[in-house]
Each structure stands twice: as structure tokens, then as C-alpha cells.
Design a protein. Structure first.
Length: 310
């Protein structure tokens, strides 16, 4: 089965929505020149409740008109024309958008939820869409629209996922099938953010301290061990060896905190790492023989003895 939407509705016309519109409306994009057999023009419509309410709302209205995108500031019957709806509002407004859109959806319309939400929130968004006869698709945006535009990498989950991804990639997106379970893409993004946003916060502490000590270039250049194996595998190795080396690493981080204080940097993240490592030390997980377990064994030990609460 293939997907051939004639009308696409964008819920939210901020950075994400407008970037997608520019991609869809570009030369060679989804709304490009008429194709043989076309009997109706392809249209993009948009809804953004901030329309004309402030300077930002005025700007997004101008951008929509520049792209020939019909935009409104409220959910109207025009939404029922859409074969495919792309929701790109802020995560805290995702459920509100789904509940507002659901009664207006065309039966069988695909609803692509790009909002940054948890897996459970994704399930909540999905309920009104499917109750109204829509087909919910969970999408995690793994890069920034500011830099990548419509090519921001995306993971896609839900029923008909292969069909959706095929259409998306043919229409200018950069999409990848994750699986059939809605909510899984959102969960992957949330858990990835533990690492990525954590590294961001750690980078602030580390690079400010390095700059103050006049060794920023040297610190930034000493990541060769990470570069050789790749970030994901590197983190996996740290988790695996954590079982054996948590005590040594805890002691080291105490000195790291002292280093940052001497440089005038509040070791907010570093102290949290100290506490985390101390938790593993106190759990007594270090094997008596000093053998590093395999990755699966390490995760089992950490889940059962250190990070409880399942």
C-alpha cells in the first residue's frame, strides 16, 4: 500500500512546522509541480493558536503566506480536508492539540505526532486520535530543525510505519523505521536525552573550567578514545566496567570536584556523579575476583542492586 496525501495539515507553525512546510513546498518537494494524472492541487494548511497574537505570531503568519500555506489561529472544519496531519506543537500542548484535532479528522487520516513527549504521554495523545478513526504515528525528531530543516533525522513507530516512512523519505524527510509499537520512538528520544543533555550540562562545567585554566584546546583534543569506538559503544563500555571500577571512579570525581572549585566553577553535575558512583559503591556490587562482567550481566546487577524501584 502506498500513501498519496493531497492535503497536509500542520498543527503548530513554529520552527518545526515552518521548516517542514518549506521542505514540502520546495522545488522538487511534495507540493512541487503538478504530476501526470493529478486532478487536484496539493495543499498545505496550518493551525497555530499564536497566530497574530504577538510579534512571533505575526511573523509566522507572514511566513505561511510567503509559502502559500493557508493558516488559521484555531481548529476549524478545514482540518477535515487533510489526508495527513503533522503535529509539531510543544510537548506540553500535545494532548490538547490531539483532543482539539480528533473530532475534525477525516476517517483514516494519518496523524504524525512529532511532539517531544514521554512514551506514556504518547499513549495519551494516541487515544483521542484512534477513537476518532485516525491512524496515530509516533515520531521522534533526533536533530534540530534550525540546522537541518525537513532533513532533521526522525525515528518512526506505529502501524503502517513502512508506508509512512516511504512517503516521508520520498517527500524530503529523513525518516527511519523504528517499529510497530507507538510510543517507542518517544521513549527512545527521552532516554537518549539522558545522555545527550547530560553531556551538554557536563560540557558546560568542563569547558568553562578548561577555558579558565587555559587548556581548552588540549581538553577538547583528548577525546580520541571516544572517537575510535563511537559514542554509543564507549558509553556501553563505561556501564559494563562500572561494576568493577565504581569505587576508583568515585574517589577520582571527588578530586574533580575539588579541581572545579579551585577554578571557580560550581561542580553541580560533578557532585551528582559523585553521589551516583557512591550509590554503586555502597551497594557492594564489585565482584570479589575483579572480573568485568559482560554487558548484559552488568545491566542486570545494576538494575537489581543499584537502581531499584521497578
Amino acid at each position: 500500500m502506498s500513501l498519496s496525501p493531497r492535503v497536509i495539515a500542520l498543527l503548530g507553525f513554529g520552527e518545526a512546522g515552518s521548516a517542514i512546510a518549506r521542505g514540502l513546498c520546495a522545488d522538487g518537494g511534495w507540493r512541487g509541480p503538478a504530476r501526470p494524472g493529478d486532478n487536484a492541487p496539493r495543499r498545505v494548511i496550518a493551525i497555530d493558536t499564536a497566530l497574530d497574537k504577538d510579534a512571533r505570531g505575526t511573523a509566522l503568519g507572514k511566513e505561511a503566506r510567503r509559502l502559500d500555506v493557508a493558516i488559521e489561529g484555531r481548529y476549524t472544519e478545514a482540518l477535515s480536508d487533510a489526508d495527513l496531519v503533522i503535529c509539531a506543537v510543544q510537548g506540553e500542548h500535545a494532548l490538547e492539540a490531539a483532543e482539539a484535532a480528533a473530532p475534525l479528522l477525516k476517517k483514516g487520516a494519518h496523524y504524525l505526532d512529532l511532539c517531544t513527549v514521554t512514551g506514556r504521554m504518547s499513549d495519551e495523545d494516541r487515544a483521542p486520535i484512534e477513537a476518532a478513526g485516525g491512524r496515530y504515528i509516533d515520531i521522534a525528531v533526533m536533530g534540530g530543525f534550525f540546522k537541518h530543516g525537513i532533513k532533521a533525522p526522525m525515528l518512526v513507530a506505529g502501524e503502517d510505519v513502512e508506508t509512512i516512512v516511504a512517503w516521508m523519505n520520498a517527500s524530503g524527510f529523513d525518516a527511519k523505521v523504528l517499529g510497530a509499537k507507538p510510543g517507542s520512538a518517544s521513549s527512545v528520544k527521552m532516554i537518549r536525552s539522558v545522555l545527550i543533555k547530560g553531556v551538554e550540562a557536563l560540557g558546560v562545567e568542563a569547558y568553562v573550567a578548561a577555558e579558565r585554566q587555559g587548556i581548552l584546546e588540549e581538553v577538547m583534543g583528548c577525546m580520541g578514545d571516544v572517537d575510535k569506538v563511537g559514542f554509543g559503544k564507549f558509553v556501553g563500555t563505561l556501564v559494563q566496567t562500572h561494576v568493577v571500577h565504581a569505587h576508583r571512579r568515585w574517589e577520582e570525581m571527588g578530586l574533580v570536584s575539588q579541581t572545579l572549585r579551585e577554578t571557580g566553577v560550581d561542580p553541580l553535575m560533578t557532585e551528582a556523579i559523585e553521589r551516583s558512583l557512591r550509590r554503586s559503591v555502597d551497594a557492594g556490587i564489585a565482584p570479589s575476583d575483579g572480573r568485568v562482567p559482560n554487558f548484559d550481566e552488568a545491566l542486570k546487577v545494576l538494575s537489581e542492586k543499584v537502581i531499584r524501584g521497578r
